[in-house]
Ligand binder design. Sequence first.
Ligand code: PLP
Length: 384
Amino acid sequence: MSLKSIGSLTPATIAAQAGGLLDAGTGGVVPPIHPATTFVRDEDYIPAVDGNVYSRSHAPNGRMAEGVLAQLEGAAEAMVFPSGMAAVAAVFRTLPAGASVLVQSQIYWGTTAWIRGFCARRDITLVEVEAADTDAFAAACATHKPALAWIETPSNPWLRIVDIAACADAVHGAGGLLIADMTTSTPVLTRALSFGADVVMHSATKGLNGHSDVLAGALAVKDSGSAIWAAIRADRDMAGAVLGPFEAWLLLRGMRTLPLRVERMSENAQKLAEYLSDHPSVETVLYPGLPSHTGHALACTQMTGGFGPLLSFVVKGGAPAALGAVGRLKLFHRATSLGGVESLVEHRHTIEPHTGIPEGLLRLSVGIEGAGDLINDLGQALGQ
Ligand code: PLP
């Protein structure tokens, strides 16, 4: 049964009930895992179950996760991939050699690094632009007429807020498509398709799954009849970047609590951001929920119900002070990634030393623990 038959429902209901999925065979309230790689045909050589032939193209658990994500995004369709980077690559592989693309500067460094290499190999003109500067983005669209433009909001780890609707207008005016990496927002806070993006991308490894136990990626599209969507689907079917059934099942299970988790993480992150802004050892806090953040007003129009789990702050005293504080933290795990239920801390300069990240910057992924416990931990690590 699909919940669609009930009419308009909130994301909390769609997520909690996994879009209405049950185990049809047993009546279980949890859908089963389907490990089969191949599916039988009947005596007339017609697939016994419509649409199921071979799991590179027809993966029941993948389809379940895709159906729920599409509902949460307000998308026509979604596709899941074995990592966020596989989803990034699936988009860029649709570009012909010689095309032009516009990519937001200072986004997740892995995306930037992969795109730079790919574009160089394919003879694709890559223009990197500060997309939070809407005028600069629009000017770059008008000049370069990109086939696609790539944005990320809030950006990781700078927490820049990009005006999705303005960027969509600019790139559409130049004849291209807007792709939005919404990993740090999740559809709970922002549904980028409703602001004009053509395709939304997620590292589902992060908030969508939310338990740091699945590597996955996802794309969601506004127009499932578009040429780019057909090209991505054909590429996934034939090149085989398919999410396994167990991972897809875990992702579906993770998404059941997505609205609840994102709400709590955002509440916690807001409290931590406010605490850190008043702390004498802290130089700057980058969090869109703070009125002092340059993107706050825009974030208020584009994000609903909070500002997400990601926050960065700069410790006074550079790398030694930041690394000293990190070493004293007891609750925050010193680990990369974001969007999980457990709080993480990262000294980004150690990871990406050549990208202009301040040496004192610490990036937090705020989890769902008690906010007071997290504040106490930061307090003892920074020196109260
Ligand atoms: N996009 C963003 C914003 C990310 O933070 C990450 C990973 O950190 C990715 C994409 C890549 O996703 P994955 O690690 O699942 O390949």
